[in-house]
Each structure stands twice: as C-alpha cells, then as structure tokens.
Design a binder for this molecule. Sequence first.
Ligand SMILES: *[C@@H]1O[C@H](CO)[C@@H](O)[C@H](O)[C@H]1NC(C)=O
Ligand SMILES: *[C@@H]1O[C@H](CO)[C@@H](O)[C@H](O)[C@H]1NC(C)=O
Ligand SMILES: *[C@@H]1O[C@H](CO)[C@@H](O)[C@H](O)[C@H]1NC(C)=O
Ligand SMILES: *[C@@H]1O[C@H](CO)[C@@H](O)[C@H](O)[C@H]1NC(C)=O
Length: 260
Amino acid sequence: MVSSLILSALMLGASASVLLTPVSKRAETTVIPTTVFNDYSAFQQYFNYLYPWGSDHNGAARMVGNSSDHDYITIKTPGTLTLTAQPVSGQPATSSGVAIHYLSGTVYAKNSLTVEKGGGYDISGSFQATTTKGTWPAFWLTATKGWPPEIDIAEWKGNGDISFNTFNTSSQVAAKNVNYPNPSAFHDVKAELRDENGSDVSITFYLDGTKVVTQVGKGYVGAGFWLIMDLQMDGSSGSPGPTTNTTYSLKNLQVTSLNP
Ligand SMILES: *[C@@H]1O[C@H](CO)[C@@H](O)[C@H](O)[C@H]1NC(C)=O
Ligand SMILES: *[C@@H]1O[C@H](CO)[C@@H](O)[C@H](O)[C@H]1NC(C)=O
Ligand SMILES: *[C@@H]1O[C@H](CO)[C@@H](O)[C@H](O)[C@H]1NC(C)=O
Ligand SMILES: *[C@@H]1O[C@H](CO)[C@@H](O)[C@H](O)[C@H]1NC(C)=O
C-alpha cells in the first residue's frame, strides 16, 4: 500500500519520459534489503534465530543461537552472515530419534512470503557453501502450514552438486542437480517465482547469472512460505561428516516482491 502510494506520487511528479513506461509493469517492493547483514540489529529486523519450529530438523545438527549467542550465527564481516557447524558429543537425539553430532546455525525470515495472484518474488544472494560429504547447507522455502509446498532455491548434498527442487507432493518432485564449481568461492543464486495461471507458480533458478531450469509448483499461489537458511549436517548429505568446523556464508541477499 505505502509503496504504491509513493510510486503514484513519483509518477505524478515525474517527467514525460517516465510517463511513457508501461503502466502494466508489476510494482516492485523490497522485502529484504541488501543491507540486512550489515550488523546484528539490521539482521534482527528481518530474521529470527533457529527454525520456525525450533532447534532440530531432519539431520545431525542441533541449532543454537539468539540475540546474545552468536557463536554459530555470525556477522564477522559487515554484509556477510556466516553459519558454523561444530562437531560435538553427548547431545541427546532429536524427538524423532535422529542422533545429534553437531551444533550449528539456522535463521529464517520473520515475514513469510506468499505469491499472490498476478504476483511473485525475486530472491537472490551470493553463497559460499561446501559440497563435502556430511555437510548439508540449504536456502529454501517451506510451507507455513502443512507440507508441501517446498522450493529448494539452493541445496548442497555433499556430493559436488547444487540442487534446485520443487515439490508437488513427497513423491512428485522436480529435482535438478548441476555440478557446483569451486565451493570455496562465492556463487550467485537467484530464484524468480511467478504466478502462472492464478493457481500454479513457476520458479526459474539461476546459478552465477545463467538460467538452470524452470519448475512449476502446483497450487502454490496463496500458500505461505518460510524462507530458511540452514547448515544441517549428515542426513541427505551422507555420513560421517567432517570432524572439524564447517562454515556457510551468504551476502548480497535481496528479496523483492512483485505482488500487486
Ligand atoms: C541464548 O542461548 C544460550 C545458549 O546458547 C542460553 O544460555 C541463553 O540463555 C540464551 N539467551 C536468551 C536471551 O535466550
Ligand atoms: C568451532 O566453532 C565454534 C562455534 O563458533 C567455536 O567456538 C570454536 O572455537 C570453533 N573451533 C575451531 C577449531 O575453530
Ligand atoms: C506440479 O504439477 C503441475 C501441474 O499443476 C505440473 O505442471 C508441474 O510440472 C508439477 N511439478 C512437479 C514438481 O512435479
Ligand atoms: C493452472 O495450470 C495447471 C497446469 O499447470 C492446471 O492443472 C490448473 O488447472 C490451472 N489452473 C487454472 C486456474 O487455470
């Protein structure tokens, strides 16, 4: 609402050349700005610590972190968020019986994302992620109610690849795996989510500026998503994982809404 008022005001005050731009262009609203990891207070404005449901999920890492504990969720260099997984022993298993071998970090965006009719999102960032066996970093969207929907904007399953995935059901899954070069360098990832027909959402994935694949999520329009960055361990990435610390970093994160 506020942004369309500002846009209207800008249009009214604009020169004739600006008035020539197509009126049908979708409005763009910044949901998460690239300054989000400049310091902890900017981070805390847009992100919560842990998973939306707590500290544990489906791997061997238990997540730790809050506003006074940044051992595993760290801004060392302004602009870059780093998650660290540390091998530990003596932790109890998760409530579903998964053994815990690491303490690690996870964060999720405070505001859930919903593709509205005629709308969408652009989600982009630059990642430094490992492909070592037993390390399972990911950047993904999962349903706020039930499951699926799930969109894996980037997932590294310890095998040298990056994976881009969309789930219609637990068995109807589009999964695209491509070779992930030079994991010690940062790589750009982008996902464009668009309402296709008032019901389905297309997701176009890019790696380092090159389009990789477009997938379609059935009935994703109107569904709420959590945006999660986590450094899980073992699980889908195999085991045993590393016996030393693993890090996973993100910079230049930007989330833009194209919802009407
Ligand atoms: C933050 O987490 C630490 C454990 O890592 C815990 O001891 C402390 O009580 C927590 N603080 C808050 C404010 O939740
Ligand atoms: C591993 O990470 C933990 C948490 O950040 C840290 O306390 C510890 O010093 C790290 N260990 C090494 C060897 O860097
Ligand atoms: C999901 O279903 C839609 C049909 O509504 C289909 O176009 C799409 O390919 C399916 N996607 C996956 C991930 O299987
Ligand atoms: C949208 O397209 C899917 C096929 O991708 C189809 O199953 C669905 O009925 C369509 N929905 C609408 C509202 O047209």
